[in-house]
Design a protein around this ligand. Structure first.
Ligand SMILES: NC(=O)c1ccc[n+]([C@@H]2O[C@H](COP(=O)([O-])OP(=O)(O)OC[C@H]3O[C@@H](n4cnc5c(N)ncnc54)[C@H](OP(=O)(O)O)[C@@H]3O)[C@@H](O)[C@H]2O)c1
Length: 255
């Protein structure tokens, strides 16, 4: 059987760990040539690329600290060169805005700087990445934003994070309308609790784990591959009629 994403190109931000790594591996397994970005985890990015190549796929890694939107044009110039070398064109088929900083921060301890950093990575960077991608995105392409259930049901302990995820949900809707004439679909996938570094500290607290599992219909934390499966579906031809949606993949959290 032919692979669902054969000949496609993909960019996954934050592919050095966690959900982004799982998405990159899955898209590559479906046949896409995958660019990942990383910030601090160079070794993690190299591991992702090595795992993809070992499985017979094609990938490469680019460094970018997405707190700083000024790095985005340079990131895309590097991307152009790599895709041109590998594929003979700079066309981008699938963009996955996944990178996220875990600076949890409550109302009492927030500062203008912590607020800006959270918004810079979760909301401003995806906006300007899409802007830079506009001239590269192929007709019929895909934009998939990794949001969070907190974007719809805010978590009071992380109000800034929740606001930033609400912003990406809103942007998803706007972009779907803007890019529909080019047959580009734009969706968000909103995970619930997924087992990654982002919530390692939470998972050390037995009481919290019990409460989260009790609040989840399927009774457990999810795995990064379970988010990657949803992204792969949206990226595939089978997902072509879905746009402007925020698709929650949470095992039924807080129903
Ligand atoms: N895990 C969950 O339960 C959960 C739930 C809902 C939504 N999400 C969302 O899923 C996405 C991925 O989260 P995760 O759980 O996989 O987190 P993770 O394991 O902590 O990985 C975060 C990724 O984002 C990158 N990143 C962080 N800050 C960055 C920056 N300033 N510039 C560029 N890249 C940066 C990291 O790169 P480096 O390591 O290279 O610095 C890493 O690749 C995030 O958008 C998060 O909000 C996660």
């Amino acid at each position: 059987m032919s692979k669902t994403l054969a000949d496609k190109t993909a960019l996954v931000t934050g592919g050095s760990r966690g959900i982004g790594r799982a998405i990159a591996e899955r898209l590559a397994a479906e046949g896409a040539t995958v660019a990942i970005t990383y910030n601090q985890s160079r070794a993690g990015a190299e591991e992702t690329v090595a795992a993809i190549e070992k499985a017979g796929g094609s990938a490469f890694a680019l460094q970018a600290d997405l707190v700083d939107a000024a790095v985005i044009p340079g990131l895309f110039e590097q991307l152009d060169r790599e895709f041109a070398d590998r594929k003979g064109s700079r066309a981008l088929d699938i963009l996955v805005n996944n990178a996220g900083n875990s600076g949890w921060g409550g109302l009492a301890d927030a500062t203008p700087d912590s607020w800006n950093t959270m918004f810079a990575v979760h909301a401003r960077a995806p906006f300007f990445i899409v802007q830079a991608a506009l001239s590269r995105l192929a007709e019929g392409g895909r934009i998939i934003n990794v949001s969070s259930g907190a974007g719809i049901r805010p978590l009071p302990v992380v109000p800034i994070y929740s606001m930033a995820k609400a912003a990406i949900n809103n942007l998803t809707h706007a972009l779907a309308m803007e890019l529909g004439p080019r047959r580009i679909t734009v969706n968000a996938v909103a995970p619930g609790w997924i087992r990654t570094d982002m919530n390692a500290a939470v998972r050390e607290n037995a009481e919290m784990v019990k409460a989260i599992e009790a609040d989840t219909a399927l009774g457990r934390f999810g795995e990064p591959s379970e988010i990657a499966a949803v992204v792969a579906f949206l990226a595939s031809d089978e997902g072509r009629w879905i746009t402007a949606q925020v698709i929650e993949a949470s095992g039924g959290f807080k129903l």
